[in-house]
Design a protein around this ligand. Structure first.
Ligand code: NAD
Length: 250
């Protein structure tokens, strides 16, 4: 796959999945903008990529804030020349968001939906014009297998991401912008491993998944690279589960 001279806007690009996407796309020749609330961590990742010869920049951006998103997109267009691919990756995912709606405090529910749902709307709308200026593009949303089980506020927010994927695929088709999503299963990102109880990890791998190992970064990275590439040019509006076969059969 070749992303030479393509420009990516990656939300939550400082660490975890976002950093893994930035490393993979820049290794394929892309320039990457890491839009994150943790500017120090985003700068660290951007300088690592620049040291490896890539074009990379960090930009301060809370995806829940429409004004900050618009300013970040404008800065990236000015510094990197445009935007071809948007990865809506930033998300709140701590286990506390798996509590029932009757338990999780309303301000926490609102904050969760502001980032996981409205953040996708803000970034997709803001990146539309720059993509049109390049003749089209691709949007890739990070949902979750929790978006298929829908037993918690987190699951509902990730179901909404699947819905937004279908809605924006239709809305942006005339602009030659494809919109897809990946729904990762349990994956060993650093923060997820700190937060998730070992008993849950063991249950996923030992009982729930068909593939009996923990998901790794490359499982998700490979799916994202494909869906953003020209090889997936006939695919739009889809969410691809990358979860070792869970939740098939529930
Ligand atoms: N790790 C998993 O097992 C797993 C499984 C399914 C889905 N996901 C989804 O993958 C995405 C990334 O997960 P991760 O494990 O890499 O997370 P992470 O916590 O390791 O990293 C998230 C990044 O997003 C940034 N961020 C948080 N809120 C932001 C905001 N409002 N605006 C901009 N940046 C913000 C953080 O600073 C951080 O750099 C999330 O959407 C998560 O829901 C993760």
């Amino acid at each position: 796959m070749d992303f030479l001279d393509k420009v990516l806007f990656i939300t939550g690009g400082a660490v975890g999945f976002g950093r893994a996407f930035a490393r993979a796309f820049s290794a394929q020749g892309a320039a990457v903008a890491l839009a994150d609330i943790d500017l120090d961590a985003a700068e660290t990742t951007a300088s690592e990529l620049r040291a490896n010869g890539a074009r990379a920049m960090a930009v301060n951006c809370d995806v829940a804030d429409e004004t900050q998103v618009e300013a970040a997109v404008a800065r990236v267009v000015a510094e990197l020349g445009g935007i071809d691919v948007l990865i809506n990756n930033a998300g709140k995912h701590l286990t506390k968001y798996n509590q029932p709606f009757t338990v999780l405090e309303r301000h926490e529910v609102r904050a969760l939906f502001d980032v996981n749902v409205i953040g996708v709307v803000n970034c997709t709308v803001a990146c539309r014009e720059p993509m049109i200026a390049r003749g089209g593009g691709a949007v890739l949303n990070i949902s979750s297998i929790a978006g298929y089980m829908v037993t918690s506020p987190y699951g509902v927010s990730k179901l909404a991401v699947r819905g937004l994927t279908m809605a924006f695929a239709q809305e942006l088709a005339p602009d030659r912008i494809r919109v897809n999503a990946v729904a990762p299963g349990l994956t060993a990102t650093e923060n997820a491993m700190v937060d998730l109880p070992q008993s849950l990890v063991d249950r996923f791998v030992g009982e729930l998944q068909l593939v009996k190992r923990l998901g790794v970064m490359d499982d998700i990275v490979n799916a994202v690279l494909f869906l953003c590439s020209d090889q997936a040019g006939f695919i739009t509006g889809e969410t691809l589960k990358v979860s070792g076969g869970y939740p098939l059969g529930i």
